[in-house]
Design a protein around this ligand. Sequence first.
Ligand SMILES: *Cc1c(COP(=O)(O)O)cnc(C)c1O
Length: 396
Amino acid sequence: MAYSNRHYEELKGAYLFAEVARRSSEYKRANPDKKVISLGIGDVTLPLVPAVIEAMHKATDDMAKKETFYGYGPYEGYDFLLEKIAQQDYKARGVDISTKEIFVSDGAKSDTGNIGDIFGEENTVLIADPAYPVYIDTNVMSGRKVVLVPTKADNGFIPEPPDFASDIIYLCSPNNPTGAVMNKKQLLAWVGYAKKHHAVILFDGAYEAFIQDSSLPHSIYEVEGAKEVAIEFRSFSKTAGFTGIRCGYAVIPKELKLQGKNGEVSANELWFRRQSTKFNGTSYITQRGAEAIYTPEGRAQAMQNIAFYLENVAIIKKGLDACGIEYLAGLSSPYVWFKCPGGLSSWDFFDKLLTVCNVVGTPGEGFGECGKGWFRLTGFNDRSNTIEAIERFKQL
Ligand SMILES: *Cc1c(COP(=O)(O)O)cnc(C)c1O
């Protein structure tokens, strides 16, 4: 008899997106003449930029010739990409990260989920509520105790260190779903907490490229002392439309130590051991595509797409202003997080928006208790649909 992993029985159902899909398709079936617009999209919609396409075509040609063919690559990624990351994502921001501290992967979902492999089951995990569901579910699957840190509107949904100890902390900034961005002082408080409790911060920076305010940190390592306590995750998914291509990276500084059986062990070495056992690298063609984002043309093109999504976000926020609806300020993420008008619950507002305006969004409470009464819209649709959805919204 093969026994199942019993921890899977403790998982809550993948309720949110399944329920959103169920309610919207039911409505569409009953109202086939209505044009339903989704501002609930959590995926990019613009195609890959020309610089990336060109680099990937060229890499494909490399694979066609014996002299330039690539088989298995290095587990941690090719030097050509690691060097660009170290230089442009870190050194250019005054952060010293060596190529030996960077691990290229197939994305931040895998990395934020798989990183649990190097941590013991006895760790207590702290997760800010509301949250990207991957953090909670992957820890439940591993049988770890999860403690939620509530965030509140009056504090801009920024999580604050609690007055009790924990071992692993997930932080996401700019945040999905709220769009909140932590400043250096707020990150410093968490670094201090992690040092005090010998804890590790898992910092998800998937939306780093959306940061507009130059005073806000793009990396947790911009904060003094973070290299001793933090692992950082980045992704080319939202930065450059790689959601279908799959590429991201994790940074694990050499200074970061975990408690082993006979003293301290290096988290960087454990992750290398884990990756070299369970992962055979991101494809050469993909990594050449990612490298192209670090050329001046590639960067400018990718930033243009981000600017387009942010203009959609600005259009949505202007519409909310016109309706007198309260939303979380700041323009550094593709998300608009707002309070459901009229004191409606997230799901009641979802139904109203769907049936009255034929617009689909995402109920905040699907991301956690603290999202109750809040709602998420995204800037990922095209311009005309975004404008039309907001015009309808004003009729509410
Ligand atoms: C989209 C997203 C990611 C990126 O996932 P990939 O696997 O790299 O596509 C990571 N974290 C959060 C919070 C996200 O919303």
